[in-house]
Design a protein around this ligand. Structure first.
Ligand SMILES: Cc1cc2nc3c(=O)[nH]c(=O)nc-3n(C[C@H](O)[C@H](O)[C@H](O)COP(=O)(O)O)c2cc1C
Length: 372
């Protein structure tokens, strides 16, 4: 399974783990893979703390970070005077309130709405170019980081140059051949071809179709396959398509180490493949997530249109807190890909790493046997 990207990044197997959880980064990396910590859910100060913890626990091995540089941001909202929450139209606000009231889900205690809003706003800057700069500064203080991935668009040229000066590789997510061209122009060293099966913000092209297209358009830049990968046979398939490795997100959510709450894990293990749907409930952008009564309410005739980021996220986060407090599983949605349907109980990162490698070997043996 070892491919040239392993040499370049210093891992043993090209199994990359995208996660918002530092424990997953450490466990995957210590098991020979390559962990990448997503910055989106942290303030820069908290991100610094997480990276310091990883440095202390990762056994001297290199790891990566994923920083969001937005390609679509509601600049009008950003410029607006006064609190952003006041820009949320009453129609959408009432829609969520009445949906949860009708379900008997109690409102948050006084002050809790505001606390969640402030907490969210502290992270909202993460989506802006200025926010990305602050994360870059934090990242550069941690010399075990040797890969920075730009999540939502091609990174700016000066950032790429700065990373290269420090010997850090730069990766870019691609959901289409057009993205591949933009990322190449930006000078990235690694492309992640993410198919529509993936959890999180996702496009429309499936991994099986996308990966060879990105490999062809990559001009020799190494490509990782992402979206719908939770078995070793899929790693064999990804390598056969021309990828140098795989980039997985959903499969780690069901581990003991993952950041999901017990309610989210219950929902994850009950979900069928068809329950991982693309909806705009979470951020106003298309996110593949586990459907719930709350996500589906927005799809009904007469429902208001979801708002642009970041206004929709403010509504989502406040509703999420209400649902979590009331432990109402049937209203719980969070990002996850189609492989959620193959996950039925808690495992550990280490078990997954072993299973992926064993299944890969079996798949390769099957292929060799075909050739005899
Ligand atoms: C819970 C969750 C959150 C995600 N958040 C981000 C993110 O902040 N930045 C990013 O580049 N990708 C994000 N992704 C997408 C992953 O990087 C990855 O491409 C995807 O999970 C791969 O497909 P899979 O979910 O089928 O494994 C997220 C995925 C999940 C499941």
């Amino acid at each position: 399974m070892r491919t040239p990207i392993c040499e370049r990044l210093g891992c043993e197997v090209p199994i990359f783990a995208f996660t918002h959880c530092r424990d997953v980064v450490v466990e995957v990396t210590k098991a020979g893979g390559y962990g990448v910590l997503g910055a989106l859910t942290y303030s820069p100060e908290q991100f610094e703390i997480e990276l310091r913890w990883i440095d202390e626990h990762v056994g001297g091995r290199p790891y990566g970070v994923d920083i969001v540089i937005p390609n679509k941001y509601d600049k009008e909202a950003a410029k607006a005077p006064g609190p952003l929450k006041e820009l949320i139209p009453e129609k959408q606000r009432a829609f969520v309130r009445e949906m949860l009231d009708a379900a008997g889900i109690p409102p948050l205690p006084p002050g809790e709405d505001e606390r969640i809003y402030q907490d969210y706003m502290a992270r909202e800057r993460n989506y802006t170019p200025e926010g990305a700069t602050r994360f870059i500064e934090v990242t550069l203080r941690h010399d075990k980081v040797n890969l920075v991935v730009s999540a939502l668009g091609a990174p700016p040229g000066d950032a790429v140059e700065e990373f290269h000066r420090r010997g850090i590789l730069v990766g870019g997510m691609c959901g289409s051949p057009a993205h591949t061209r933009h990322q190449r122009q930006a000078g990235v060293d690694l492309l992640i071809a993410q198919g529509t099966e993936a959890g999180g913000h996702t496009g429309t092209i499936s991994t099986l179709v996308l990966v060879p297209m990105v490999v062809e358009a990559a001009g020799g830049i190494p490509v990782l396959a992402a979206g719908g990968i939770s078995r070793g046979s899929q790693i064999a398939a990804a390598l056969a398509l021309g990828a140098q490795g795989v980039w997985c997100g959903t499969v780690w959510l069901g581990t003991r180490e993952s950041e999901l709450t017990p309610m989210e894990k219950r929902v994850l293990f009950r979900a069928r493949t068809e329950d991982a749907v693309i909806r705009r409930w979470m951020s106003g952008k298309t996110v593949r997530m586990i459907r719930s009564k709350a996500s589906e309410a927005w799809e009904q005739p007469g429902a208001p249109a979801p708002l642009m980021a970041p206004l929709q996220s403010i509504l989502f986060n406040q509703a999420k807190a209400r649902i979590e407090r009331a432990q109402r599983d049937e209203y719980c949605s969070f990002p996850a890909g189609q492989v959620a349907g193959t996950m039925s109980g808690e495992t550990t990162v280490r078990e997954i790493m072993y299973a992926l490698q064993n299944e890969y070997l079996s798949a390769m043996e099957r292929l060799v046997a075909f050739g005899k």
